[in-house]
Design a protein around this ligand. Structure first.
Ligand SMILES: [Fe+2]
Length: 312
């Protein structure tokens, strides 16, 4: 009975802590149950001492009643604990559901934000969806490689896929006269376009400072800042080379270029999947990280499937 009481008390405290309320129904039950258990515990002690010292304090009938109801209360205690545990489970399920809804809201907000920037560039929302999916395909393929398996945690994969739609968010800072220009950009105009990396990273840095904890924005900032860097160091904005370029940006670079090659623009025709594969393979070790080109070549059929499914 003592063990049962201690266990019951522990479950009561846990329930109250997890449900974060002292007014929980368990609290009321806890007090009632304890009063009755205390009463029968005293009864047990009286019977125990009357047997030890052979004092005829209680008769056989009363002893039987005390033992019977004592046992009943132990079982009632077990039933109440089961109730409390199912209340905790229900609460946990509700929290999981709310979490899932929050994640979905976060994804939609990110997408809407990114779309605002893309729509000015005459891009479609499909470009964002496709590039996110290409990034997902590449990063999942790299997980199988021993070189990256320890680095690419499940959280990293989620964060990079979530960050991908934001890669060109800095275009909000580029004037329409340059962003929507029909025809070739001058050298000066191209210098302005290049600034979209830093604009985007700065927008996200400001948001990250407001959060006060480490979020997916850490990876998003790297990806946005460096997605136009090149493996050979000839990219922008900082001319980073090889492994100096964050992995997220190296992956985004290939996904973005594949999508650009496959899309028609006012200044160029769209390339076929085969032509795009050839161009990307030719840029292995020049524009792109060789490992990422290998991952692309292993998964190029999935790329083709995505581009055929998410058509503009
Ligand atoms: Fe870009």
């Amino acid at each position: 009975m003592l063990i049962s009481m201690v266990k019951y008390y522990a479950v009561c405290r846990l329930t109250q802590t997890l449900l974060e309320t002292e007014e929980a129904i368990t609290n009321r039950w806890c007090k009632t149950y304890y009063s009755l258990m205390g009463f029968f515990l005293i009864g047990y002690l009286i019977v125990f001492f009357s047997l030890i010292y052979d004092i005829p304090i209680v008769g056989e009938l009363l002893t039987g009643i005390i033992f019977f109801f004592g046992a009943v209360f132990v079982f009632v205690g077990i039933a109440l604990q089961t109730d409390m545990l199912s209340a905790i489970r229900e609460n946990h399920e509700r929290i999981v559901e709310q979490n899932e809804q929050l994640h979905q809201t976060e994804d939609v907000t990110i997408f809407a934000l990114a779309y605002l920037a893309e729509i000015r560039d005459l891009e479609t929302g499909k470009h964002l969806e496709r590039t996110s999916q290409y990034v997902g395909v590449l990063v999942k393929n790299l997980v199988d490689s021993p070189k990256y398996s320890s680095y690419l945690t499940q959280k990293y994969i989620c964060d990079i896929v979530k960050s991908a739609p934001l890669h060109d968010i800095g275009k909000v800072g580029i004037p329409d006269s340059i962003l929507k220009k029909n025809g070739k950009l001058t050298a000066e105009e191209f210098e302005v376009i290049k600034q979209h990396c830093e604009y985007g990273a700065n927008i996200l840095k400001t948001a990250e400072q407001k959060l006060g904890f480490e979020s997916f924005l850490r990876i998003a900032i790297q990806l946005v800042m460096s997605h136009h860097e090149r493996w050979d160091g000839l990219g922008y904005p900082h001319g980073l080379k090889g492994d100096e370029i964050p992995l997220s940006a190296r992956i985004m670079a290939l996904a973005d270029v594949y999508d650009a090659l496959r899309s028609e623009r006012c200044y160029k025709k769209s390339f076929s999947h085969e032509e795009s594969c050839m161009i990307i393979t030719r840029e292995k070790g020049k524009q792109f990280d060789p490992d990422i080109v290998d991952a692309f070549l292993k998964t190029e059929k999935v790329f083709l499937e995505i581009s055929n499914t998410l058509v503009d």
